[in-house]
Ligand binder design. Structure first.
Ligand code: SF4
Length: 331
C-alpha cells in the first residue's frame, strides 16, 4: 500500500491570552493510504478538524510533521504552494459560509479551474463547469444561480464540484454532512463514495457521526482531547472496539451493535475536560471507569495490539485478553 499522507508526532498548539496554551493536537501520528477513506472521529474540540487543516497547509505545525507524497508540507516553497493546492483540497462543513454569496455558482466553480489550468480557453472552462455540475447531480442551469437560491444539499454539491474542479488526488471532507438534513446526508455521502471510485480519490473524512463514518471509511482513527486513542480497520473497530472511549462512543450509536453485548457497554460519564487543562496522565482518565494509578501519571502511547489495530491505553500493556479480563472484573 502506498502512503499518501503521513502525520508524524504532529503538535498544533495555540496561545490563548498571555500564558495559556491550547493543545489542540498533541503527538498525533497516522498514515493515509492512496485510494482509501480514513475516517477521523471524536467529540467536537478533539482536534480532528485541526489535523485536517494542517494537512492541507491551512495551519503550520507547531511540532512534528505532515508528509504528503513524501514531501514535508510545512517546507513547501511559495512557488510550489499552487501545485500542492491542486493536489489537496477541502470540503467544508458549512457550504453556505464557504461559498461567496456575490458570485454565481458557475463563477465559483470556474475560479479554481482558471487558477490551476491557465492553458484552458474561457469556452473550455465553461464546458468543464457544466460537466462538473452534472457529475455532482446538478445541471448546467444551476451555474447561473447564486448560493442563496439553492438548498443546503445542493450547496454542498457545489462545494464538492469546486473541489473536484482542480482535479485533486486528496480531499479533506470536514464534517461535510453535519449541516444537512438527515434525509440529504446519505445522498451526499453516496455521491462522495461514487466519486472516489470514478476519480481514484483519497479522503480524510472527519465526522462525529459514527454511523456515517462506518458507511464511508476503510480505516478509522478515534481522537480524544487532541490525542489519537485508537486506529483500526473499520470492521474491527465496530466489532471489537478496544479503547474505553471508543467502546463508549460505539455503545451510544442508536442502532445496537449485536457484537457488543450489554455487559460490554460503557457509559460515557462526566464532561470532556478543557484542552487547556488536560489531565496529566491519560487524557481520558477523568472519565474512565477502569482508571488505575498508572493512568493518572503516565500518558499511554499508541501501540499495535492486533494486526493493524492500535490503541493507547495501559489496560493493553499485557495484551488484549488481559485487558478484557481486567475490564470484566470492573464491569
Ligand atoms: Fe482508562 Fe487508563 Fe486506559 Fe486511560 S489508560 S483509557 S484511564 S484504563
Amino acid at each position: 500500500r502506498e502512503v499518501l499522507v503521513e502525520l508524524q508526532n504532529l503538535d498544533e498548539f495555540f496561545k490563548i491570552g498571555k500564558n495559556k496554551i491550547l493543545k489542540a493536537v498533541e503527538k498525533v501520528s497516522f498514515k493515509i493510504y492512496r485510494g482509501e477513506t480514513f475516517g477521523l472521529v471524536g467529540e467536537s474540540g478533539c482536534g480532528k478538524t485541526t489535523c485536517g487543516r494542517t494537512i492541507i497547509n491551512l495551519y503550520k505545525a507547531t511540532g512534528g510533521k505532515v508528509i504528503f507524497e513524501g514531501e514535508d508540507v510545512s517546507k513547501i516553497d511559495k512557488k510550489d504552494i499552487k501545485s500542492f493546492k491542486k493536489k489537496a483540497q477541502m470540503i467544508f462543513q458549512d457550504p453556505y459560509s464557504s461559498l461567496d454569496p456575490k458570485m454565481t455558482i458557475g463563477e465559483i466553480i470556474a475560479e479554481g479551474i482558471r487558477v490551476h489550468f491557465s492553458e484552458l480557453s474561457e469556452g473550455e472552462i465553461q464546458e468543464r463547469v457544466s460537466e462538473l455540475l452534472k457529475t455532482v447531480g446538478l445541471n448546467a442551469e444551476h451555474g447561473a444561480r447564486f448560493p442563496h437560491e439553492l438548498s443546503g444539499g445542493q450547496r454542498q454539491r457545489i462545494g464538492i464540484a469546486r473541489a473536484l474542479g482542480v482535479e485533486p488526488s486528496f480531499i479533506v471532507c470536514d464534517e461535510p454532512i453535519s449541516a444537512l438534513d438527515v434525509s440529504i446526508q446519505a445522498q451526499v455521502v453516496n455521491l462522495l463514495i461514487e466519486l472516489q471510485k470514478s476519480k481514484a480519490l483519497t479522503y480524510l473524512f472527519i465526522s462525529h457521526d459514527l454511523s456515517m463514518v462506518k458507511h464511508i471509511s476503510d480505516r478509522i482513527g478515534v481522537m480524544y482531547l487532541g490525542s489519537m486513542v485508537e486506529i483500526s480497520p473499520k470492521d474491527k473497530l465496530y466489532d471489537r472496539p478496544l479503547h474505553p472511549y471508543t467502546r463508549a462512543l460505539i455503545s451510544a450509536i442508536p442502532i445496537p451493535n449485536p457484537a457488543v453485548s450489554s455487559k460490554d457497554r460503557v457509559k460515557l460519564e462526566g464532561e470532556i475536560p478543557s484542552p487547556i487543562h488536560a489531565p496529566e496522565g491519560c487524557k481520558f482518565s477523568t472519565r474512565c471507569r477502569y482508571c488505575g494509578d498508572k493512568c493518572k501519571t503516565c500518558r499511554p502511547e499508541l501501540k499495535e495490539v492486533d494486526k493493524d489495530h492500535f490503541v493507547a491505553c495501559h489496560l493493553y500493556d499485557e495484551g488484549i485478553e488481559a485487558a478484557i479480563r481486567s475490564m470484566e472484573s470492573i464491569d
